[in-house]
Design a protein around this ligand. Structure first.
Ligand code: NAI
Length: 524
């Protein structure tokens, strides 16, 4: 990760040229100037340069007001940022160029080609591209080994992560220098290989895709699914509210670009629902409407919640089989006064037997399928939760033939442990389980493809998207066998390649080694 402070980092006396003074460029300029560099900020548009300087001044004033820096420090930082019309005019003075111009391969190539002969030979040309290949940007240059991705997240002043992306020609010492520089600038840096979406924009895809799939199947509405992901999963935002915040135009474009760049791999296939929103101009918060309505006075719909069935809660249950991370739920039930009898695994599924109801932690089979396979009508499946000792909410789905009384018994049991229950339609893998399993799967495949180390991939997801846990660590805590089992069932259920298990996950299932942790580079 970011341990090697100093080292090859750009020295404070070295000047930085940031080209593109839009949302990203101005933030990057501020980050660099705050780390004592003289920064030239350039943009083809005079208006953009002016707006950037104003925004930077406002941000610094805000920092002073909030006591984060003194007025003198703020004014010294402001003085270190110089707007320039022509980046070529200052190129000979800089040791690092960071371009944050329009996301267009040809335009970026033209810019670097014009700067390369002017910068000192040891200077680094970094690009903030979020979707273009570093290899492709560098290819026409005389010194492609000096080109590297330095991918900040929006807003660069606040988001901690920087992905340092190497193309085929990038020299390792150039990537290392950028990593060390990012660390010196107060960032958390991870190394990534240039592939579509790098780490974060690739590994995050299932967070949106699985929710869109479940919505498309009519399992619940957005507010309900968001509430489960937030409250049972511990994610800071649910997928629908997050897509509304990012903007559907942006989110759909990233999904579509990763999908086409991976030669239309089903795993990244975009959703018709989101395409419709884009066509309708319902882009989310910025347009006033997306999945939710942001008009003044509009009410956010409430998440569905089962009515109280506390009077139906049984006083004793049997817990059959190995519960793994679900054991904390059994302890919670016991603490709430429910007598829990443990029984060893039998030919049936791992389950809680509450009167005639089988409550089965989801393994990817629907409740209706389980009822059919075991000849037991009253089956209810339980979604996963990040921490059963604390989760305020859990999602449940019932088999089509499950009696009302048996359903009420399951609801009452969880409610007795203080857990709000969200009913879902009987969709395979519910919502949190399939999301977590697919994130772990995508992260494992990124490791397998050599895009990053397990630790860097988990770090990237925690700091680039604010996930509560890295997907590999989460997969580890859940149990690789549970993740693989769930994905295999989803693949069976849908008959789609989308749910194919990463060969690396299967390898870990067989070799029993941890997915993440220990030495850097570990993982296979
Ligand atoms: P933006 O549209 O806010 O700013 C781009 C700026 O570049 C504009 O001010 C434009 O006038 C200027 N520009 C365009 N062509 C130029 C040229 N040839 N020479 C000099 N200036 C030029 O765009 P934004 O959002 O700041 O994105 C910039 C880059 O950062 C893109 O490559 C984008 O993919 C990447 N990025 C964007 C993120 C985001 O969330 N907005 C996150 C991470 C990366």
């Amino acid at each position: 990760m970011q341990e090697r402070e100093g080292g090859a980092a750009l020295a404070p006396g070295h000047a930085v040229l940031v080209v593109g003074a839009g949302a990203m460029g101005r933030g990057i300029a501020l980050v660099a100037a705050s780390a004592d560099h003289l920064v030239f900020l350039s943009d083809v548009s005079e208006e953009a340069r002016r707006r950037a300087l104003t925004a930077i001044a406002e941000e610094l004033d805000g920092g002073v007001r909030k006591g984060r820096m003194s007025a003198e420090e703020a004014s010294a930082i402001r003085d270190r940022i110089r707007a320039v019309a022509e980046p070529q005019s200052v190129a000979s003075q800089v040791h690092l160029v960071i371009e944050a111009i329009v996301e267009d391969l040809e335009v970026k190539r033209v810019l670097f080609a014009s700067l390369e002969p002017l910068v000192p030979p040891q200077a680094i040309l970094a690009t903030n591209t979020s979707s273009l290949s570093i290899t492709a940007i560098a290819a026409p240059l005389a010194r492609p080994e000096r080109v590297v991705g330095m991918h900040f997240f929006n807003p660069p002043t606040r988001m901690k992560l920087v992905e340092v992306v190497s193309g085929l020609a990038t020299a390792p010492e150039v990537a290392q220098a950028i990593r060390d520089t990012a660390v010196r600038w107060g960032k958390i840096a991870v190394m990534a290989r240039s592939t579509p979406g790098f780490i974060v924009n690739r590994v995050a895809r299932p967070f949106y895709a699985e929710a869109l799939r479940v919505l498309a199947e009519g399992a619940a509405d957005c507010a309900t699914l968001d509430a489960i992901v937030r409250e049972a999963g511990g994610f800071p935002m649910g997928p629908f509210e997050l897509m509304d915040l990012i903007g559907h135009d942006v989110n759909f474009a990233v999904t579509s670009s990763v999908w086409s760049a991976y030669f239309y791999d089903k795993r990244f296939q975009p959703s018709l629902i989101q395409q419709e929103l884009v066509w309708a101009g319902r882009l989310g918060r910025k347009s006033g409407r997306g999945f939710y309505d942001y008009a003044a006075g509009a009410q956010r719909p409430a998440a569905a919640e089962a009515p109280s069935c506390l009077d139906r809660a049984p006083s004793a249950v049997a817990a059959v089989g190995e519960f793994g991370p679900f054991s904390a739920l059994l302890e919670r039930l016991a603490a709430a006064g429910v007598v829990v009898h443990r029984r060893p695994a039998d030919a049936g599924p791992v389950r809680i037997e509450a009167a005639n109801t089988w409550i089965v932690p989801t393994d990817g089979r629907t409740a209706t399928r389980l009822a059919h396979e075991y000849g037991h009508a009253d089956v209810v499946v339980l979604d996963w939760a990040r921490d059963w000792a604390q989760t305020p909410r859990a999602a449940l789905a019932r088999a089509d033939g499950c009696a009302q009384d048996s359903w009420a018994c399951a609801l009452g049991l969880l409610q007795r442990a203080g857990i709000a229950v969200t009913p879902l339609d009987d969709v395979a893998g519910l919502i949190l389980a399939r999301t977590v399993a697919m994130l772990a799967n995508e992260a494992a495949d990124a490791v397998l493809a050599g895009i990053g180390t397990p630790r860097d991939i988990d770090t990237a997801m925690r700091y680039g998207t604010n996930y509560p846990l890295g997907p590999l660590a989460w997969g580890e805590a859940t149990g690789v066998a549970r993740i693989v089992g769930l994905l295999d069932r989803l693949a069976e259920h849908y008959g789609e390649d989308r749910y194919r298990v990463s060969p690396l996950l299967r390898r870990h299932l067989w070799n029993g080694r941890p997915l993440v942790g220990g030495d850097e580079g570990e993982g296979k």
